[in-house]
Design a protein around this ligand. Sequence first.
Ligand code: OAD
Ligand code: ZN
Length: 371
Amino acid sequence: MKQFKFPTSKPDLTAVAQYLSTGTAKSIVVMVGAGISTAAGIPDFRSPKTGLYHNLSRLNLPYAEAVFDIDYFRRKPEAFYMLAQELYPGKFRPTMFHSFLKLLEDRGVLRRVYTQNIDTLEEIAGVSPEKVVYAHGSFATNHCIDCHKEMSKVDIEAFMKKDDIPKCSRCGGYVKPDIVFFGENLPARFFKLLPGDLDAADLVIVAGTSLQVHPFASLPSQVSCPRVLFNLESVGDFGRRKTDVIKLGPCDEGIEQLVELCKWDKQLKDLWTKTAKTANVAEEEDAASASQKKILKALATTAAANAEDASASKEESSAEEGSEEEDESLAQDDLDEVQQAIEAFNELEIAVASEDATASKSESAVEKAKV
Ligand code: OAD
Ligand code: ZN
């Protein structure tokens, strides 16, 4: 078993900073999720108040994850494409945490980033493609769900620009980006690189993930090196090992503290400043809150379509059973709730996202959202 010279007496950010700044950590593996992008204006999935799934489950709407479900996509690809229009790379600026990944690469100590995100903000921040593993796929490649013929990025973007559902030129089947839907396999690259990376890691940094979705969720427990968590809440088995360092709070704030201790803060700020022009948004001011709002609204509309489906099938079955009146009123309740959800999303105010507010950017989406 390898020995790591990580100070165990007091595992804290100062110890991590020493481990980094003395050049002891040479092979860092980072594992991230939606929480590292919330400061960019992309909602995560499970956070109370602002998470995509949470908003829907709170309202007892059917089937929030449908938007990433392959069977549902076969029947109603519009739902996914409505969300994809909003999430499509190019609209968002990387966060300070993304620039930290680039900083690690520039210092020659980044072994790999395993990301569950499909926003590609890692690469937009400048991290090289070979350093990133998109564990849940990405928008980079696209295939027909029936005959698997590939569709180029240019072609799929042309469909999306016209608000059309992309269809295969060979068989007419629907085409979807190679994002891993529920029930689908993770990319081969994930399984190919993982064993070597876990073995080589001398520091694992986990950030912005609830560690609820397997197999990704089990990765941090498979390493024997020191581990650091930057997250709003404690997750997985963090805290069970003496050497675990847990920094609760917005991950951008945690990273800023860490780089200050390393005396790398100027380098990080320079890298982040360079990302200013990457977001192709019409108005920089309020861009993050506006995009959060649009994404949540897209999902609420998806849920409305689901509820309509559900009410249609209720009507069918109630007609058979002869209890039409009661079931129709239930369906109407569902639709009323969905309507309220859409109205609530329309009124969503997030007090962040101006350039100046970026100092406290990470807490923005999570703590200041008023629904
Ligand atoms: P989740 O929404 O499940 O978890 C996000 C985590 O980040 C939570 O623990 C939050 O507390 C935390 N968080 C949010 N904002 C933060 C911030 N500014 N700083 C620090 N922590 C913050 O998202 P994931 O774990 O990424 O799958 O979800 C995993 C998978 O579930 C996703 O990839 C997606 C979803 O179904 C697919 O799309 C296939
Ligand atoms: Zn096809």
